[in-house]
Design a protein around this ligand. Structure first.
Ligand code: SAM
Ligand code: DTB
Ligand code: SF4
Length: 366
């Protein structure tokens, strides 16, 4: 099938499919950019209110001292980045930050810990569960945590606390992954995602662009995500933030590998076409993008951002700056616990939003 027919096929589907092949994804990814972005925007409009952008704020609740060897990360104890390891924050500190995030219009609060996994962290899990349930009950915000690998029992505990989503990135393609991380496998990442999914927690998973990956890697990365049993509820696209002292920075300099903005745009547009219902979040490195680059990412189908004082250890675009930008473009914050087209208040939506249609049988592909 040609790129054009595959795009038409993607647009004709009434429900997401998880049978995309690498060659189909490649044909879509390589379609002439203007047409690719245009059709991604059409897909976006038939699954989401095109005016809405989800505002999410991050907090590092346990910074630094991580035992993993992720080549890009400021928080790995193996990387000489000058970051000091800290203890788990207290409930009071976290609530203060969550309150500020809510006052500034964020509806999802995401807490990150620099841990490999939750093995032997019973008291940590208890404290984090308390943070999740207090944010839920006192502030009514969606919650997301990213704590490294977790098993089914730990996922169950977080679900009982009222956790909305768990972030666990596959980061890159299965093929490129061993070049980036050696202390845990790609399949271990998938296992945690499965554990989270099985307990009925929304899965937030995506990756980083700019790790010296090839176009084939970006296609393979999208292939893994779009072939998960269920597409991620939320799909973060991070642009590598080059941190001094991390091995990836030296490697990229040596290989003279630079990520073109077009590749980010193609990845987002392709993700939107093949995973129509996922919320695509412009994550780390957004502060390095020019306004018009961010605008193009929204055109290609992104509909969420991290906004606030900080990411985990790197810079984030601030609330006021983001509010001004979104309002200039006629975009509004997404309300809490919203996202799917079935939840959209049609009265409040853009007149260009296409209301949900009855689900049809799947169209077969030739
Ligand atoms: N330790 C947990 C884990 O690895 O799942 C949670 C925290 S970890 C910092 C969350 C994600 O941040 C990583 O999976 C990676 O995708 C992203 N990240 C970390 N450092 C980054 C960097 N320098 N540039 C872009 N994204 C980064
Ligand atoms: C994700 O994909 N990006 C966020 C969130 N999930 C936890 C984290 C980005 C961290 C960027 C590097 C830093 O700030 O240290
Ligand atoms: Fe640790 Fe997560 Fe950083 Fe890897 S990305 S070193 S697991 S904090």
């Amino acid at each position: 099938m040609s790129g054009a027919s595959l795009i038409q096929y993607a647009l004709s589907l009434k429900a997401p499919i998880n049978t995309w092949t690498k060659s189909q994804i490649k044909a879509i990814y390589n379609y002439p950019l203007m047409d690719l972005v245009f059709h991604a925007q059409l897909q976006h409009r038939s699954h989401h209110n095109p005016r809405e952008v989800q505002l999410c704020t991050l907090l590092s609740i346990k910074t630094g001292g991580c035992s993993e060897d992720c080549k890009y990360c400021a928080q790995s104890s193996r990387n000489d980045t000058g970051l000091k390891a800290e203890k788990l924050l207290t409930l009071d500190t976290v609530m203060e930050k969550a309150r500020i995030a809510k006052q500034n219009g964020s509806t999802r609060f995401c807490m990150g810990a620099a841990w490999r996994d939750m093995h032997g962290r019973k008291s940590g899990l208890k404290k984090i569960s308390e943070m999740v349930s207090t944010i839920n009950t006192e502030l009514g915000m969606e919650t997301c945590v990213t704590l490294g690998m977790i098993n089914s029992e730990q996922a169950k505990t977080l679900k009982q606390a009222g956790l909305t989503a768990y972030n666990h990135n596959i980061d890159t393609s299965k093929e490129h992954y061993p070049n980036i991380i050696s202390t845990r496998s790609f399949d271990e990442r998938l296992q945690t995602i499965q554990n989270v999914e099985n307990e009925g927690i929304s899965v937030c998973t995506g990756g980083i662009l700019g790790l010296g990956e090839t176009e084939e890697d970006r296609i393979s990365f999208l292939h893994t995500l779009s072939n998960l049993d269920k597409h991620p509820e939320s799909l973060p696209i991070n642009r590598l933030v080059p941190i001094k002292g991390t091995p990836i920075v030296e490697e990229l300099e040596k290989n003279q590998k630079k990520l073109e903005f077009d590749s980010i745009l193609r990845t987002i547009a392709t993700a939107r076409l093949i995973m129509p219902e996922s919320i695509i979040r412009l994550a780390a490195g957004r502060y390095t993008m020019k306004d018009y680059e961010q605008f193009l990412c929204f055109m290609a189908g992104s509909n969420a951002i991290f906004t606030g004082e900080k990411m985990l250890t790197t810079m984030c675009n601030g609330w006021d700056e983001d509010k001004a930008l979104l309002s200039k473009w006629g975009l509004v914050p997404m309300e809490s616990f919203r996202g799917k087209k079935e939840d959209i208040d049609v009265e409040k939506a853009s007149p260009f939003f296409q209301p949900p249609q009855k689900k049809h049988d799947m169209v077969s592909i030739v």
